[in-house]
Design a protein around this ligand. Structure first.
Ligand SMILES: [Fe+2]
Ligand SMILES: [Fe+2]
Length: 404
């Protein structure tokens, strides 16, 4: 604690340059920092234009809806589901003793055969192309921003104290603990494989956690759980595809690594999908309006604000590589929408809906077809395109083919 205080006192820097206070509390002069490079300015501008307005204090749902859900109503929704979550949600967490750990899937550093095992891992890695590593790094960076997701989840499950023992608090902690292994595993693999610029990748993680994420859910559990259900399914698809691709490239160990993560994501998807199904069963009007809201707001990937200090369009370029390799595509997004509309039985919601609820139902039920049509129209408009090449700092600035 003492060390922390001292360090903090030494590290106070006035952002505008000019004066600062050192730990001895003497006024000192520090040079004005140089202006940020153009790429950083471009990145910050892109972030600013995509930010959503946060809600007013006390209100947890906002936007185009005429009604808002207050913090008390949010708490009530979750309280009413606590018993349900205990018996339907918590069993989807795996006990620690039955869970894989990153150590199980990587060379054992305490074993005498460690160096040989690492050499074998690196020999296999040499056969894998850079575009695959761009996808894997993007997946890893996404996983490593877990502090942001933990904070977001807690903002809508209302978990604010580590001693809380209700089902939502236990779920939040258990889910985070399971997710924590994903970034650890990929990070250690990528460190060992020798194919990526680890420092650049680490800077990207640093930037991403510092930038946060755009989550239109705004503390509303209906919207928040819809978002997480979409995200878990999207990440399950992405990790499954990197697993499949690693297998096709002849690296069964890497396939196992990505497959283990994909298995967790499927289980998490099942959990959040169940929660939303239950919300649809108990409060169909609020649920369908929340789904409409999230669909209109777009489900933006949580790593949208990734930045490596160089490329202000890093996320777009990474997504374009994933699209070209088939790791995660726009067609997958259309499938997600179709899957959840079916799974939550949106078309079959009964006559209990309000006029606004019926409008939302209509919009959501037509959406999968509209997304597919838009995607086809976009493809036809673009016509056959020559792939272009973009340098990625993650692979030491080498050019990687992508389709914008
Ligand atoms: Fe994950
Ligand atoms: Fe997950």
């Amino acid at each position: 604690m003492v060390m922390m205080s001292r360090l903090a006192a030494c590290y106070v820097v006035n952002n505008t340059g000019g004066t600062a206070w050192s730990s001895s509390w003497k006024k000192t002069t520090v040079p004005r920092p140089p202006p940020p490079p153009a790429r950083l300015v471009a990145f910050r501008r892109r972030m600013a234009t995509n930010m959503v307005t946060t809600t007013a204090a006390g209100a947890t749902c906002s936007g185009r809806e005429s009604t808002t859900m207050t913090a008390a109503e949010t708490a009530e929704v979750l309280r009413s589901l606590d018993g349900w979550a205990e018996s339907n949600l918590l069993p989807l967490l795996k006990p620690v003793d039955e869970s894989w750990q990153p150590h199980d899937l990587l060379p054992d550093s305490a074993s005498p055969g460690f160096r040989d095992a690492v050499d074998e891992l690196r020999a296999r890695a040499r056969e894998i192309p850079d575009d695959y590593y761009v996808c894997l790094v993007g997946n890893m960076v996404t996983e490593e921003a877990l502090p942001t997701y933990h904070a977001a989840l807690n903002s809508f499950v209302g978990y604010d104290c580590p001693s809380r023992a209700d089902a939502w608090a236990r779920w939040s902690r258990g889910w985070t603990a399971e997710e924590n292994r994903h970034g650890d595993l990929l990070n250690r693999y990528l460190y060992l494989c020798g194919r990526v610029d680890v420092r650049r990748v680490e800077q990207t993680i640093h930037h991403l956690i510092g930038s946060g994420m755009r989550l239109a859910a705004a503390k509303c559990p209906y919207r928040g759980f819809i978002y997480t259900a979409f995200q878990e399914r999207a990440t399950a698809i992405s990790h499954s595809n990197t697993a499949r691709r690693a297998g096709a490239l002849g690296d069964a160990c890497l396939a196992r690594i990505c497959g283990a993560i994909a298995g967790d994501e499927k289980r998490h998807e099942a959990a959040y999908t169940r929660v939303v199904a239950e919300l649809f069963a108990r409060a169909p009007d609020a649920a369908v309006r929340a789904l409409e809201y999230m669909m209109r707001e777009r489900i933006l990937m949580p790593a949208y604000y990734m930045f490596d200090g160089r490329d202000p369009d890093l996320f777009r370029h990474y997504a374009a590589v994933a699209q070209r390799l088939g790791v995660y595509t726009t067609a997958d997004y259309a499938d997600l929408v179709r899957f959840f509309v079916d799974r939550w039985g949106v078309a079959d919601l009964g006559p209990g809906l309000t006029a606004e609820g019926r409008r939302a139902q209509d919009y959501v039920c037509r959406l999968p077809e509209r997304v597919s049509k838009m995607e086809n129209a976009q493809r036809q408009r673009r016509g056959p395109q020559e792939p272009c090449r973009v340098p990625f700092s993650w692979v030491f600035g080498r050019q990687v083919e992508l389709q914008l």
